[in-house]
Design a protein around this ligand. Sequence first.
Ligand SMILES: *Cc1c(COP(=O)(O)O)cnc(C)c1O
Length: 409
Amino acid sequence: MNWTVPLSDLDYGPEEDQAVLDVLHSKWLTMGAVAQAFEAEFAALHAPQTGAIAPGAYGSALPPGFDLQAVAVSNATQALHLACLALGVGPGDEVIVPSLTFVATANAVLYTGAQVRFADVISPAELTIDPAEIDRLYTPRTKAVIVMHYAGYPCRMAEIVAKAKKYGLAVIEDAAHAPAAWLDGRALGTWGDIGCFSFFSNKNLATGEGGMLLTGRPELAEKLRLLRSHGMTSLTWDRHNGHASSYDVVELGHNDRIDELRAALGRVQLAKLERNNARRGLITSQYWQALATTPLELPFRASVLAQARLNNPRAYRPAYHLFPLLLPLGLERERFVGRLKAAGVQTSLHYPPIHTFSYYRKHMPRISLPRTEVAAAREVTLPLFPTMCREQVEHVVEAVLAAAAETAW
Ligand SMILES: *Cc1c(COP(=O)(O)O)cnc(C)c1O
């Protein structure tokens, strides 16, 4: 379809073209020097910013010697899978996971033979995992909790990390929506044991397919590197460079490597990331302002307004991946979305809760998560991308106001 305003769009230009051509001309296509540079740059961008935050000002002291390492992979689904494996999640274990997320967050747990326990969200205003759910769902079999920074807004990490510590659980962050996002001086994806990022085409940093793992624990970084590449102790790249001539296999690994073409796109996109996240933030505040006096509920707006006073970009900075809104109860979503479609505005739903999918209903005991179910039924996602122009934002706002007026509240 030819949308007047699509849901998302790439910020690609001649820099991306050139980066790919440079790799082609180098004649080295599989994971090598470009991927290594991408990893180093990605880790540096997410490293704790001691200077930016007054010591102790926001509660979370940075661990001494925190050495952040990045491991590039083929996609975020496999990043989540490898994170579970590296943390020893397996048959007989349970992992607490939000249901209001992309299905891959939960699938990654099932691949390991472990069971998923689904958690509810905090409220319509804060569509992230409710930390109190960890108390409700914990059993002696619980091994880990996976949190997801919905739409790029931070989960309540201090509370989550404290509860995980109390119960001895590992914390995995699904940060697919949240590259270069900050909370209390630490990047999202660096609060737990392992953070997982996605570079799928509609994400804030896009390479087509691709993903990244971040960890501050060197032994986990080592294990993730092995799991990513057949459990082999050396890479083709190392042997090409004469650093190794043979290898051993020390883990049951996979092939989840990125390639040099995607890594090259990733480096160019990484350089644009902070500027593009800021653009997304600006468009988000324009939407919020234009829709503030309607009965539409605007998730996370109150959180952001409460934090804006701090005026410190490392204290609270979402990645603004999506623009979710919640229709008033009783407003018919299909008609509302149909009106927007007629105006050329593409929308989406984030997300059909995972526990309601046929596969999960078939393989899990029936559960109910009231806050997740109500929020998901009311949710509509509006277009949001960094290259969106003022006319496009205005067009969406007009279409939303007209659709809402027509569908009557
Ligand atoms: C996109 C996404 C994933 C999966 O990422 P891929 O790179 O496509 O495998 C996982 N979790 C969330 C929340 C996502 O949005």
